[in-house]
Design a protein around this ligand. Structure first.
Ligand SMILES: *Cc1c(COP(=O)(O)O)cnc(C)c1O
Length: 450
């Protein structure tokens, strides 16, 4: 059906949803809820991308009404019809402090009553203050930074910075690595399906297997031999999207040495691993390695606002100082986002989220060990660090049976029909143990039923 301009109807529909948003929860009628659940799938199909609907368990496994996201608190997500799910997907790492952490929500609401965006001329205190706070958290002398809105933008900025500083154009990244889907970061992507249709991407990008320091050294030696100048090596401390892949223990220290030997910058993509997820403040802290540039995103906004950053040391940052307009963003680091980030950091330290991740990660891994012994034909392997844990299944089909089985038992995980061989468990770092136990029970029930 083709849709043509109808301003009166657009206005009515906009007002209707705004009124619904403003309605107190207790006054939203069953009829209104059912309408939301019914319309969400229609609207997705009509105006967003109907392709998504085939992949979402919330449509295919939910019965008559699709699961329409409605409200959340902590590790519980509730749909428009009041069905409660335990969230162990964590928005792929956004919800490190849980959904709607009261302190983060309060900070953002309060800032909303002062000023939501910046003027673009006056100096904005929150952005500068967040810079100071992060500088005191990051390893080594990482302390100069730029704020944007998404992980992929953080990688784009890191790549530009590496090119400015080194005057070189090449990059090396890892197979199966994930750095975002805009053209620059997509060039670093380690998966053909997303990359190939868009070739040529940025030139002179090579890939090496993740976890193989010798392969990196070999590529750098070859690049040098043939005259391809490499600006930086980019990798995730623990590969997230690939299914929580942990490298060999000596990998990162060797990577640091190799990068130094060849005069290549080390860019750590901490968009998913940063700020507590792996059991330390940052992923590379697990190996005491300091990168030259670090990208942050996801959890930085406390699950309330989008915000990301790329951060470096004063020596490298110097190239950005003569003309700071070489990289800009109108909405990056806006006051609402910075309020959320400051509140997240406050909560992260107060609740010691990294330690919670380490402890609960061990607990889950131990339980998965027990399950693997009992169901080796289903759970092929499991690995991870902190609360970034991947379960591996023999086939996409088995993985999908697990993901959809869990969904029917009201546990929210990743896993689509075509991408379920590895499913991540990535809950809020402050998820209570009783909910973790509940998830593990439902996981075993699901294994049993397969
Ligand atoms: C999610 C992710 C990105 C991309 O972040 P977006 O906010 O989706 O652009 C980049 N790198 C890593 C490691 C990620 O996990």
């Amino acid at each position: 059906m083709n849709i043509f301009r109808n301003i009166k109807y657009a206005k009515e529909e906009a007002s209707r949803m705004v009124e619904l948003i403003k309605k107190p929860e207790s006054e939203v009628t069953l009829e209104e809820r059912q309408r939301v659940a019914k319309e969400v799938a229609e609207n997705f199909a009509g105006y967003i991308n109907k392709g998504f609907l085939e992949y979402r368990k919330s449509v295919t496994e939910a019965g008559e009404f699709a699961v329409a996201e409605w409200k959340g608190q902590g590790s519980i997500m509730t749909d428009a019809l009041g069905r409660e799910f335990i969230d162990v997907l964590g928005g792929f790492g956004i919800y490190s402090a849980g959904i709607r952490h009261p302190k983060i929500v309060a900070a953002v609401k309060a800032q909303l009553d002062r000023s939501p965006q910046y003027s673009q001329e006056m100096l904005d205190p929150l952005r500068a203050h967040l810079g100071k706070v992060l500088a005191h958290l990051t390893p080594g002398d990482l302390q100069n930074m730029f704020f944007i809105n998404s992980g992929t933008e953080a990688i784009e900025g890191a790549m530009k910075l590496a090119k400015f500083y080194t005057g070189k154009s090449g990059f090396i990244s890892t197979t199966a690595g994930f750095h975002g889907k805009t053209l620059g970061s997509l060039s670093l992507m380690g998966k053909s399906v997303f990359r190939k249709p868009l070739m040529p991407l940025i030139g002179n990008v090579r890939h090496v297997p993740f976890g193989d320091a010798d392969a990196l050294e070999q590529q750098l030696a070859i690049a040098e031999q043939v005259g391809d100048d490499i600006a930086a090596f980019v990798a995730e401390p623990v590969q997230g999207e690939a299914g929580a892949v942990v490298p060999p223990d000596d990998y990162w220290r060797r990577v640091r040495q190799i990068c130094d030997k060849y005069g290549v910058l080390l860019i750590a993509d901490e968009v998913q691993t940063g700020l507590g997820r792996t059991g330390k403040l940052f992923g590379l802290d697990n190996w005491d390695v300091v990168p030259d540039i670090m990208a942050l995103g996801k959890a930085l906004g406390g699950g309330v606002m989008p915000i990301s950053a790329f951060i470096t040391n004063p020596k490298i940052w110097k190239v950005m100082e003569p003309n700071p307009f070489m990289h800009t963003s109108t909405t990056g680091g806006n006051p609402l986002a910075c309020a959320a980030a400051l509140a997240y950091i406050d909560v992260m330290i107060e609740e010691d989220l990294p330690a919670q991740a380490a402890e609960k990660g061990e607990y889950v891994m131990k339980a998965l060990g027990g399950l693997q012994k009992k169901y080796p034909h289903i759970l092929k392997d499991y690995h991870g660090m902190g609360l970034l844990i991947g379960m591996e299944f023999p086939t996409d089909e088995t993985g999908y049976q697990v993901a959809s089985g869990l969904f029917k038992k009201k546990v929210l995980t990743a896993g689509t029909l075509t991408n379920a061989k590895a499913i991540r468990i990535e809950p809020a770092l402050n998820i209570p143990y009783n909910l973790l136990d509940e998830v593990l029970n439902r996981l075993e029930d699901t294994f049993k039923s397969i």
